[in-house]
Design a protein around this ligand. Structure first.
Ligand code: PBG
Length: 336
């Protein structure tokens, strides 16, 4: 009598049979190389003005813009699920926007008051604030623009440093420059240190590509650029070496964590960044990647849960230590 793991139909004389390690669930678990855990997840969330409001983003089903009161409830729940960090994005009313994004460093602005309230209500959650001008400018660009429509680098960096400082003063644990101006990480590190915020970290969007995958996010914030595109500051999708250069510069300037964004179409970049640096690497599973899965699942064309886990696992396998994802809450529930 043969036991379950023997077989008489072999005709090939093989020394190596990789299938031996895939035979049972237990064995597969034992030899698994990559494990996705709730500790890997950062949840991007949208805050808006008002009270008692929660508005679903049409191109991102399951994601909402929350007024502060409801955001705090949601964050308490997110924290209960074991998610350690959120990345905060503000929906700025049109009447608070101007050409230079002055609202971005208003100590009583939406981001600043929200951060203060979060740190009071849920002190343990790590709060990461976005440093870029696009939610605050009438033209929707991440930087200051001259009369010819050129995005100005150095004057923008000055504003970004003010913005980052005001976020640190409000209690942000990490500031996350997503603007792609040259020299902004260094300028931010310098002003934070000079003002005593030595423990506020910088999560740098180091390799951020000019990507069509950001569409739904720009719907969420009403922040699509009113003219032109972002190709003079965000990176060309065709480039990989340039990503390593950007990462190297950000590390030299004081970044604590480096990020690749988007994630799915850039797994090779995540991998190369991982093997070329000793810092933690984050990947941003962006709005368009989220929308594609949601849309296909809504049509019954894919198994949503399995595709989500497979997608995020691929990012970890590529080398991401942390993943910013709108699926964070769903995944935390699945992993429980
Ligand atoms: C803005 C910013 C963008 C995203 C994060 N920060 C959009 C952009 O650069 O136009 C995109 C996030 C997403 O698509 O999920 N600086």
């Amino acid at each position: 009598m043969l036991s379950a793991n023997s077989n008489t139909d072999q005709s090939l004389n093989l020394v190596q049979r990789p299938r031996r390690l895939r035979r049972t669930e237990t064995l597969r678990n034992m030899v698994r190389e990559t494990t996705l855990t709730v500790d890997d997840l950062i949840y991007p969330m949208f805050v808006m003005t008002g009270e008692g409001q929660k508005v679903e983003i049409p191109s991102m089903p399951g994601c909402y813009r929350y007024s502060l009161d409801l955001l705090l409830k949601e964050i308490a729940e997110v924290s209960q699920l074991g998610i350690g960090a959120i990345a905060l994005f503000p929906v700025i009313p049109e009447d608070k926007k101007d050409d230079t994004g002055t609202e971005s460093y208003n100590p009583e602005g939406l981001v600043q008051t929200t951060v203060k309230a979060i740190k009071k209500a849920v002190p343990d959650i790590i709060v990461i604030t976005d440093v870029a001008l696009d939610p605050f400018t009438t033209h929707g660009h991440d930087g200051l623009v001259d009369e010819n429509g050129v995005i100005l680098n150095d004057p923008t960096v000055e504003v970004l440093a003010k913005m980052a400082l005001s976020q640190a003063q409000a209690g942000a644990d990490f500031v996350a420059p997503s603007d792609m101006m040259d020299g902004r990480v260094g300028a931010i590190r310098q002003v934070l240190d000079a003002e005593g915020y030595i423990n506020v970290g910088i999560l740098a969007y180091s390799a951020k590509y000019a990507s069509a995958y950001y569409g739904p996010f720009r719907d969420a914030l009403d922040s699509a650029p009113k003219f032109g595109d972002k190709k003079t500051y965000q990176m060309d999708a065709a480039n990989a070496k340039e990503a390593l250069k950007e990462v190297e510069l950000d590390i030299a300037e004081g970044a604590d964590i480096v990020m690749v964004k988007p994630a799915l179409a850039y797994l090779d970049i995540i991998h190369q960044v991982k093997i070329n640096t000793n810092l933690p690497v984050a990947a941003y599973n962006v709005s368009g990647e989220y929308a594609m899965i949601k849309a296909a699942a809504a049509n019954g064309w894919i198994d949503e849960k399995k595709v989500i886990l497979e997608t995020l696992t691929s990012m970890k396998r590529a080398g991401a230590d942390l993943i910013l994802t709108y699926f964070a809450k769903e995944v935390a529930l699945m992993l429980m």
